[in-house]
Design a protein around this ligand. Structure first.
Ligand SMILES: Nc1ncnc2c1ncn2[C@@H]1O[C@H](COP(=O)(O)OP(=O)(O)OP(=O)(O)O)[C@@H](O)[C@H]1O
Length: 260
């Protein structure tokens, strides 16, 4: 297997407001490096404020890193290349479904990225919207519906359709499954795993739920205060956690007791 995404020494410091003579910096991310192959899922777990979302925003190009570089298929991604990068690396949030513009039909919602990023004519775009909706378990005719006509789980599928319509290579799921009830969550995980095989996708799963991490991810990175404190195969880290932060996360979810 070859490396799809190669993240090298990415760091981020924020300038804190203050007078010039005592301006301070806050390090949200210390240099972090990792790689992901296609068809693999890397989970990122950690306490609140450990830097997970900052890392995700840097990966999609919404935040500029203070140092480091990102390579996709060996090509270095330019900084602040949000438009170019969003074709290859897409993100789905916890509340993506609720942030769908209520005044647009599903067709209009899915057409936006196609109009911006492709040269397809109207008929080609319509056909692609139809097949993409079917890929995520919705009907082609759903393109004429408005977001309020769907349930929470279906809205999350529309967000997924919008994420995959440009044939990306990496999808970042930032707590994207958190608001779904357990049965919808497992349906969504199965759908994501099918799409991963079909499309060769790599996922970065940011999740507080270790059950989801265990079912879904191949590798895991545990973060604390902007640093990776433990990383490895998910099964090994969960069976034999070494760092106190990992142990604390597991104990807070009664994980050791039920999943020895
Ligand atoms: N624009 C900003 N300016 C200053 N500090 C910031 C900014 N964005 C994030 N931070 C700080 O960086 C740290 C990491 O934040 P981040 O949102 O990445 O954490 P997280 O692990 O995603 O947390 P959560 O699980 O609560 O979403 C936090 O202490 C946060 O307050």
């Amino acid at each position: 297997m070859t490396t799809l995404l190669d993240v090298k020494d990415i760091s981020k410091s924020f300038k804190l407001k203050g007078y010039w003579y005592h301006k301070q910096q806050f390090t949200a991310l210390s240099p972090i490096s990792f790689t992901i192959e296609s068809k693999k899922t890397l989970a990122i777990v950690g306490e609140a404020g450990s830097g997970k979302s900052t890392l995700a925003k840097i990966l999609v190009g919404a935040e500029t890193p203070s140092s480091g570089s990102i390579y996709l298929n060996g090509q270095r991604l330019k900084e602040q290349s949000f438009k170019q990068r969003c074709q290859y690396i897409r993100m789905i949030f916890q509340d993506s479904g609720t942030t769908l513009n209520p005044s647009l039909t599903v067709e209009e919602l899915l057409d936006e990225p196609l109009k911006i990023n492709t040269q397809f004519d109207e008929a080609q775009r319509k056909q692609l919207i139809r097949t993409t909706l079917q890929k995520v378990g919705l009907l082609g005719d759903h393109m004429n519906f408005y977001p309020h006509m769907f349930s929470g789980g279906q809205k999350q599928r529309i967000s997924l359709a919008r994420a995959i319509i440009l044939q990306p290579q990496v999808i970042i799921l930032d707590e994207a499954l958190a608001s779904l009830d357990p049965s919808l969550r497992s349906q969504m995980i199965n759908l994501l795993l099918d799409l991963q095989q079909q499309m060769g996708l790599a996922y970065i799963l940011i999740s507080h739920n270790l059950g989801t991490v265990r079912h879904f991810s191949d590798d895991v990175m545990v973060m604390s205060k902007g640093k990776v404190v433990e990383a490895g195969k998910t099964i090994d880290v969960i069976k034999h956690p070494k760092h106190k932060v990992t142990k604390k996360l597991m104990m807070s979810q009664n994980f050791q007791l039920t999943h020895k």
